[in-house]
Write a protein that binds this ligand. Structure first.
Ligand SMILES: C[S@@+](CC[C@H](N)C(=O)[O-])C[C@H]1O[C@@H](n2cnc3c(N)ncnc32)[C@H](O)[C@@H]1O
Length: 294
């Protein structure tokens, strides 16, 4: 009888087939320390210098050893640490004050904070997460980083299944972010016990789940609205593979927008930042507009 493949071996085979000769250097970059960003709080800092901004995104800087300890009794807190490129996704929604925004998988809340800051206290942000523990953290982040009157007037924290949201609301939001649960290979590589259990079925299952959520996200988006789908996965099944289904199913009303992001690599439907070439990521995102048909 053939010996059952070890998870680590199956993982290596899948990703070396996917990334070919690039895989060794990509893996090495995945194993090196992450680059963190600091999101300064506009309610505390007012205008910030633009020159050193990360990718010219407002209030985002490469981290320079900032520490929150000495600020722990202040509210709102002055800055929040984010993982590398992930901050790009909420900015691609181009949120404007007064809009109705939905973040379907929001905890622990870094991207929700960026969305909330873009609203400037006008409009609404629904920050959703199915996990009770993580939702508790999400709520705390939003309370700690927003003035209480902004939290009370603009923020709603919910705990629904993103994949079933469209059963209750349709064409209801101007902007929707789906930062989907994914393979998160960087995390897997740091966890030998998880890696040992890896099977290709894992990324396939996640992709199926992501598709259910993305289809739901699309249905809750208003016509004329914008949707961003993102993952921190390297697996094409969870990235372009999921997006392709959306583009095929909603063909004429689904306009794919290709964002121009320095050091990012264009894929069939989106863009990916990989750590060997960009110093950030992995982070995949795809941007869509929902067009009315005339
Ligand atoms: C990639 S993380 C989100 C990170 C978050 N956007 C941030 O920037 O801090 C994915 C989240 O999806 C949540 N999640 C998983 N399945 C879900 C579902 N079916 N519906 C809603 N949330 C879900 C997880 O609890 C997890 O917090």
């Amino acid at each position: 009888m053939a010996k059952k493949k070890d998870g680590h071996q199956a993982f290596e085979e899948f990703y070396s087939e996917t990334y070919k000769e690039r895989w060794p250097s990509l893996k090495e970059a995945l194993l090196s320390p992450k680059n963190h960003l600091v999101l300064y709080n506009p309610y505390v800092h007012g205008d910030m210098p633009q020159e050193r901004n990360f990718l010219e995104l407002p209030y985002l800087y490469e981290s320079h050893g900032e520490e929150l300890d000495s600020h722990k009794d202040e509210r709102p807190l002055p800055f929040y640490f984010l993982d590398g490129a992930s901050a790009i996704a909420p900015h691609q929604l181009h949120v404007a004050p007064g809009e109705k925004v939905l973040d379907l998988c929001a905890a622990p809340g870094g991207k929700s904070l960026i969305l909330a800051y873009a609203l400037e206290g006008k409009g609404s942000l629904t920050a959703n997460d199915k996990s009770e523990n993580r939702r508790f953290r999400l709520q705390r982040v939003l309370r700690d980083y927003l003035p209480s009157e902004v939290y009370d007037s603009c923020i709603r924290v919910t705990g629904f299944d993103a994949g079933g949201w469209c059963l209750y609301e349709k064409e209801a939001y101007d902007k929707v972010l789906l930062d989907a649960p994914c393979s998160s290979e960087r995390h897997l590589l740091e966890s030998p016990h998880l890696l040992k259990e890896w099977r290709i079925g894992r990324t396939k299952r996640l992709a199926k789940n992501q598709w259910t959520m993305l289809a739901s996200a699309w249905l809750v988006l208003k016509y004329g609205g914008r949707l961003v789908y993102s993952t921190c996965s390297l697996s094409p099944l969870e990235n372009d593979g999921v997006v392709e289904k959306l583009v095929k199913k909603f063909d004429e009303e689904c306009k794919v927008i290709k964002p121009q992001i320095p050091r990012a690599e264009e894929t069939a439907y989106g863009t990916i930042l990989l750590p060997d070439r960009s110093g950030h990521g992995p982070f995949y995102l795809a941007v869509f507009e929902k067009q009315t048909q005339d």
